[in-house]
Each structure stands twice: as structure tokens, then as C-alpha cells.
Design a protein around this ligand. Structure first.
Ligand code: NI
Length: 394
């Protein structure tokens, strides 16, 4: 160390001392001053306090920032929830509306159906369609079939106008026309029993023969079409005491005779029906003639246009008779105000088709002998009829 260096150190030390002296004179303790001013810097607790202070300041800012963010997030959340609830509400409302609407629809459908189906006892469902019991009805009947070439045309016409009819068929013809018989049953028409052999003299035979004729026909129809006839029509409409005691199912005659078997003219057949029908009538036609099938194309739609419901005989009985039918009585009609059922006078056309059906082999003699009683019965008075088996019915 040279003199210069030593000198500078001395000066520096002197300067330091003089600063200390000045401080003391001013009452300041240079050593204590930093402690007084920044006590924390130099001690552990002080550092902690400072740290806490900084943390506090930083924390406060953080809290404010967090608070703002939280508030913002909350607002966003609330908006989102509100939106979701709003949308959900809309859906729910829509759903409810739909549910309400569908309920309303259902109930209105019920209301619409109810008055017709259940609330109005005058509307009934029968054979696949509705009948109004307060409106006129008529039973159209076709004898002596089955005979597919005519019967199918008649059924076509019936289908077009929504009508049902009764076919009084002959048992021994059933096997030949199984498809036609099945169609009758399938389309809601009634298959009646017109005996097995269509013997015009059946009423004069013994009880066993009479029973066999109708039982065999019942069985034949059941075998072919799966249905058993509920109503009978006697061959030629000829009744007898033996018949009355033997046959227990309703015997059905007619009130409107078209004589289609005799005229074999479509227009004549139409004329016999149109304008001559009343509520509850039973119309007689035959299933054997093309002229009859042609006539039906006019008659059936015309009857419907006039407000008649084309019903089966069993429907007419069900909806128009006031009680069980009497055994052995031939019913000609079920007019509404005539006490429902009127027993036919046996006087009804003995000359019927029967002869015609049998026309297969009816001799001139037979038709001649049949013509006489028919004339007398046509006179309309049962008392006037020639003492036949049937003239005593009222
Ligand atoms: Ni007949």
C-alpha cells in the first residue's frame, strides 16, 4: 500500500466518521434509522408482516378480480339457466299443448262416436254396417238358389248399395255352388232354408219327412258355408198342421210378390216393387233368372234412394218383432204399426216359383193344378181359399 492509498482510506474513514457525527448531532441514529423506518426488512417477523401485507394487497386485488369474474360467471350462468328453462318451458308447453290437443281430439272423437255408437240406442251395428232403427227397412229375399250366375250379380248390386239380403236356398243345390254360398255368408247376407228337395207337396208328408227335409238342408248349408239357417221358407209357401207341429224355426212368407218367375221381365219385376213397398215388407224374388238380376240393378239402389235400409229377414225380426215368434206361423211382414208380425194367410201364392224351380220337371198337369189354388189365394181372403191347410191363419 502506498501513501496515496493510505491517504484515501483515511479520508474515507474520516468522511464516514464525520457523517456519523453529523447524524448523532441531529439526533439520528444511522444504525437505528433503517430499523425504525423499515423494521420488517431486518427481522423475521417483519418480513412476515411485509409478506402478509403484500399478500393482502395482492389477495385483495385477486378477490376483486375473482369477484368480478364470479359475478360475471353467475350472470352468464343465470342467463344460461334462464334460457334453458325458457326453452324447456317452451317445449313443455308445446308438449302440454299437444297432449291437451290430443286429449281434446280423443274426447271429441269419443263425443262424435258416442252419440252414434253408444248414446243413440236407435243406431246399431249389424252385419258390418249401421242401421237406424227409426228409419224404414225392407227385407229382399231370393228363393230357389243357389245359382251363381244370377246370385253373384245380385250380390254385386247389394255390395254397391250397402244392402244385405236373404237367400232361401235349396239344400240339394248347395254342393254345386259352394263358392257362392260362402260369399253369401262372408258378405253378411242371410242364408235361409228352403228345404232340401223343394218338394211342393212336402206339407202333406209325414212329420218325419218334413223334419228330414229341413234338418238336411240346415246341415248341408252348415257344411258348405259354416252357418246354420235361422229362418225357414216352405216350398211354395204351403203350410199344414203337420208342418206347424214339426218345424220350430220361424216360417217366413212375403208381402210383396214380384212374380218374377212368371214374367221373367226385368221391367215388370221393377214395377212390382218400386212404388209398392212399405216399411217392414218382405219382398219375394227368385235367384234363377237373369231378368231378376237385371231388375235388382234398378230396384235395390232405388229402394236405398227412397230411404229404405236393405236388411236380412233375421234383422227385420230382431229389430221389428216385439217378442218371440209363434211356432208354425208364416210371417208375411214386420210392419211397424201392425203389431210387428202378421201371420200370413196360407192363401199366399201356392203357385210360387216352386213350380218354377221344380220347373226342372214340372208337368203341365202340375202347373195346371197349382194354378187353381193360387187364383183363389190371390183373392186375398183366407176364408175364400179352398179349404187348404193354410187358410186358417190370420
Ligand atoms: Ni221356392
Amino acid at each position: 500500500m502506498d501513501e496515496h492509498q493510505q491517504g484515501r482510506q483515511d479520508r474515507e474513514r474520516a468522511a464516514g466518521n464525520s457523517r456519523l457525527i453529523e447524524d448523532r448531532q441531529a439526533g439520528r441514529n444511522t444504525a437505528a434509522r433503517p430499523q425504525a423506518h423499515r423494521p420488517s426488512r431486518n427481522s423475521v417477523s417483519g418480513r412476515r408482516t411485509a409478506h402478509r401485507h403484500r399478500r393482502y394487497k395482492r389477495g385483495k386485488a385477486l378477490y376483486i378480480a375473482l369477484g368480478i369474474r364470479a359475478a360475471f360467471a353467475l350472470i352468464v350462468l343465470l342467463l344460461a339457466v334462464g334460457a334453458i328453462r325458457g326453452i324447456a318451458g317452451m317445449f313443455r308447453h308445446h308438449g302440454q299443448q299437444q297432449a291437451e290437443e290430443s286429449t281434446e281430439e280423443a274426447s271429441s272423437a269419443e263425443e262424435a262416436a258416442a252419440p252414434e255408437e253408444t248414446q243413440n240406442p236407435n243406431i246399431v251395428t249389424s252385419n258390418g254396417r249401421q242401421l237406424d232403427l227409426t228409419k224404414p227397412m225392407v227385407a229382399v229375399t231370393f228363393d230357389d238358389g243357389p245359382y251363381a250366375s244370377v246370385g253373384n250379380q245380385i250380390m254385386d248390386t247389394l255390395a254397391q248399395c250397402g244392402g244385405k239380403a236373404t237367400f232361401f236356398v235349396v239344400g240339394n243345390r248347395a254342393e254345386k255352388y259352394t263358392d257362392e254360398l260362402k260369399r253369401m255368408a262372408g258378405e253378411g247376407h242371410e242364408i235361409g232354408n228352403h228345404s232340401y228337395d223343394h218338394d211342393e207337396k212336402l206339407s202333406k208328408k209325414d212329420a218325419k219327412t218334413i223334419a228330414w227335409e229341413f234338418n238336411s238342408c240346415d246341415e248341408e248349408i252348415n257344411k258348405v258355408a259354416g252357418v246354420t239357417p235361422a229362418v225357414y221358407r216352405l216350398p211354395g209357401g204351403i203350410n199344414s198342421d203337420t208342418v206347424r207341429k214339426t218345424l220350430t224355426k220361424p216360417l217366413i212368407s212375403w208381402s210383396v210378390d214380384t212374380e218374377d218367375w212368371k214374367t221373367r221381365n226385368a221391367q215388370a219385376t221393377v214395377n212390382a216393387v218400386v212404388g209398392h213397398v212399405r216399411d217392414g215388407d218382405i219382398i219375394l224374388m227368385h235367384e234363377l233368372y237373369q231378368s231378376t238380376a237385371d231388375a235388382c240393378k234398378t230396384i235395390l239402389p232405388e229402394l236405398v234412394n227412397e230411404g229404405y235400409q236393405l236388411v236380412t229377414v233375421s234383422e227385420l225380426i230382431q229389430y221389428r218383432s216385439s217378442g218371440p215368434l209363434e211356432q208354425g206361423v208364416q210371417y208375411t211382414d214386420f210392419h211397424p204399426k201392425s203389431g210387428d208380425a202378421q201371420a200370413a194367410s196360407s192363401g199366399t201364392p201356392t203357385v210360387d216359383v216352386d213350380q218354377e224351380t221344380a220347373g226342372l220337371a214340372a208337368s203341365a198337369e202340375e202347373s195346371g193344378s197349382a194354378a187353381a189354388p193360387s187364383g183363389s189365394s190371390a183373392a186375398g181372403s183366407s176364408a175364400a181359399s179352398s179349404g187348404g191347410e193354410d187358410n186358417t191363419e190370420n
